[in-house]
Design a protein. Structure first.
Length: 247
């Protein structure tokens, strides 16, 4: 169950380190106060805790404040397909907007703090803060772009390109958070990455091993040291270039 008593969870929007990421530019103190009153709760989840489940009624959007969340879709046989991962400043729960029912499971991958914003009250706030509505729409567009990148990765026949695309996308998201990207700790395990990319866990490990051999990175468990980001970028386009040459 989520905890709601930590100092981190009680901090308001004005005190949050994601101020520049989550909020629209130019928002004043009055707008921040309205957002603080709007936010129903700021909860801290431990690893494995559920934020919401598939089939649960939708009534709020969630913003990751710290940590990371896995989004997955369950099937009738009890299996799950990982659809994505949400990092600080990113929105959860958009899947429920279609018919007021969540279509996915959201699970904390590590200690994670989340701001919960009741959707009905958010719609009212859009009228008071038009810039916030534009910000939310951009974030929804970012989620669509992330889905497109996932489709692109899944369409690559070579595992190495899939893993390279995944890592490049993750580093770009860390860039947006102004986090160091030369040394990274992955919040998700290799089994989650494998499920997300449609690969076996061993295949993901082999792909990382090949990147080490090529001098792209060094891997130790979930810790990565990126030596040559330009080489990582090259791996992302290698397969597409190969296909063009064949044609």
């Amino acid at each position: 169950m989520p905890q709601r008593t930590s100092i981190e969870a009680r901090l308001g929007c004005a005190d949050c380190g994601l101020h520049a990421v989550c909020l629209p530019e130019g928002i004043d103190e009055g707008g921040l106060a309205r957002l603080d009153r709007l936010t129903r709760q700021r909860s801290t989840y431990q690893r494995g805790d559920t934020v919401f489940r598939q089939g649960q009624p939708f009534d709020a959007l969630y913003v990751v404040r710290s940590g990371a969340v896995r989004v997955a879709l369950g099937d009738a046989d009890g299996g799950q397909q990982v659809l994505g991962f949400r990092l600080p400043g990113e929105i959860l729960g958009v899947d429920g907007m279609l018919d007021d029912t969540h279509r996915t499971d959201a699970t904390a991958l590590e200690r994670t703090t989340i701001c919960e914003v009741p959707f009905a009250r958010l719609e009212d706030l859009f009228h008071l803060l038009p810039a916030l509505q534009r910000k939310i729409m951009r974030e929804l567009g970012r989620e669509v772009a992330s889905t497109q990148q996932h489709v692109l990765a899944m369409g690559r026949p070579q595992a190495l390109e899939r893993v390279a695309l995944f890592l490049r996308g993750l580093l770009e998201r860390y860039d947006r958070l102004s986090r160091p990207t030369d040394t990274v700790r992955l919040p998700m395990g290799r089994s989650d990455i494998a499920c997300y990319l449609g690969l076996a866990v061993e295949t993901v490990s082999r792909a990382l091993g090949r990147m080490e051999e090529h001098g792209v990175l060094s891997a130790s468990g979930r810790h990565l040291r990126i030596h040559r980001r330009d080489l990582l970028d090259a791996l992302c386009v290698a397969d597409a270039t190969s296909e063009r040459r064949k044609n």
